[in-house]
Design a protein around this ligand. Structure first.
Ligand SMILES: *Cc1c(COP(=O)(O)O)cnc(C)c1O
Length: 427
């Protein structure tokens, strides 16, 4: 191992430190494996129940009428997530698109949208119209309300109750913290919030942005009352193999509307050629529980490793996990850059390029990003990024295998260590 790690640019000291951390995580990892085993069975049962066969991989062209692969895949998703219906398509271009479809399909002029969990993911600001944007929900006369979380990260039930009124049609709950500093919500917590909201207004539609959360727990938000769960196929449920796509799973009433919005009123789910992506969708979904487990181990390994080195990490080393994102406050721009250089150097693709901080739309400072992925922008693959401003936090996620996540994290540490930006404790 020392030889192979040497070939990957990782020194014996860094490798030994990593090993020490791994030794202490055995029990934690065994629990993750248990969840993966359960979720693997869940996917398998859904595939068997709906008789997935080689014909499902054939794909279709043009209108895509009678596309068996597409229809069965949507049944498999619905069965796995315990919903009445599902929309899983390459025509859904990304997670933001899936969320935009789910929202605009189920909200009409005069309706109100409520986020009881604070500000939603950045890209949704334009979708909702929090940031003025052509074609936003606001432009179509959908009002938006938000109730922020309490300072300790819990739900502000009093103000949520006050915010719900006769116009409130849909409630959006983002499971993952994304790039905020609040905690990610467990499925159990989301269930409590949904129950609270439904008690006040039983017919309100509860949608969960499930990005980065799929298969982290044994249950999904659809098991605890969500009417729709929404996500991206180049994150968890694509298993690293889906080259594009998004999903919406939920009640038949909601999904029918989503299908009409995605294609056209009157057409709905009947059209939409699956081209050549079906086998990757099925195979990726099949692999997703183990891929997610690997990414989770990587995140927990990194949390413990950097915590041990004295850095603040979110979530911390021992917290329970509800998504695959890890943040580390590196404190200086030099460390942030070195970290990202290390992640990039450890990638299977584009390992020879050097990431550089760059101005990005929507940020008031330069941002550095490291990704060497088989699928562009895929964040179930090992990737890291961070804005060049205090506290110089790096956010990273993914790893198609635990072993690669481990190499990436050690290589990131190596880069900082070699530049004298961090010292290793005696192990
Ligand atoms: C990634 C993400 C999105 C948007 O997905 P894209 O595929 O990047 O458009 C939305 N919400 C959350 C919480 C996410 O993590």
């Amino acid at each position: 191992m020392e030889y192979m790690y040497g070939m990957l640019g990782i020194s014996p000291e860094v490798e030994a430190f990593g090993e020490k951390i791994v030794q202490d995580l055995k029990e934690r990892f065994a629990k993750i494996d248990q969840v993966a085993e359960y979720n693997q069975a869940k996917v398998l049962v859904a595939m068997q129940k709906h008789r997935v066969s080689a014909e499902c991989f054939a794909g279709s062209t043009g209108y895509g009428y009678n596309d068996q692969g597409r229809e069965v895949l949507e049944e498999v998703y619905a069965a796995c997530f315990h919903t009445e219906a599902a929309l899983v398509r390459p025509q859904i271009t990304c997670g933001t698109h899936a969320l935009a479809v789910a929202l605009s399909a189920n909200l009409l002029p005069g309706d109100e949208l409520l986020s009881p969990v604070g500000k939603p993911y950045d890209t949704l600001e334009s979708v909702i119209g929090i940031r003025k944007s052509p074609c936003s929900l606001a432009e179509y006369g959908v009002q938006y309300r938000q109730v922020d979380l309490l300072p300790d990260g819990s739900f502000d039930y009093d103000n949520i109750a006050k915010a719900i009124n006769e116009k409130t049609k849909l409630i959006t709950i983002q499971r993952s913290k994304g790039y905020q500093m609040r905690p990610t919500f467990s499925v159990e917590k989301i269930g409590q919030l949904i129950a609270f909201v439904k008690k006040i207004k039983p017919d309100v539609i509860c949608m969960v942005d499930n990005c980065y959360g799929e298969f982290v727990e044994m249950q999904e938000p659809s098991d605890v009352g969500a009417d729709m769960i929404v996500g991206s196929l180049i994150k968890n449920p694509g298993g690293g193999l889906a080259p594009i796509g998004g999903y919406i799973c939920g009640t038949k009433a909601c999904i029918d509307r989503c299908a009409y919005r995605l294609s056209a009123p009157g057409l709905g789910q009947e059209v939409g050629a699956s081209l050549d992506v079906m086998r990757a969708f099925y195979q990726g979904f099949f692999l997703a529980p183990t891929v997610v487990a690997g990414a989770l181990k990587g995140a927990i390994f990194a949390a413990n490793l950097f915590e041990r080195l004295g850095f603040a990490v979110i979530p911390n080393g021992t917290e329970s996990r509800h998504d695959i994102i890890q943040a580390v406050e590196l404190g200086t721009p030099e460390r942030l850059i070195a970290f990202c250089e290390g992640i990039q150097a450890a990638a299977p693709v584009d390992s020879y390029v050097k990431p550089e901080p760059y101005a990005m739309p929507g940020y008031n400072c330069d941002v550095i990003m490291a990704a060497g992925a088989f699928v562009q922008g895929s964040s179930i693959e090992l990737s890291a990024d961070g804005p060049l401003r205090a506290p110089y936090s790096v956010y990273f996620q993914g790893g198609l295998t635990w072993y690669h996540a481990k190499v990436g994290i050690l290589r990131a540490l190596q880069e900082m260590y070699a530049k004298g930006l961090v010292s290793l404790p005696n192990v």
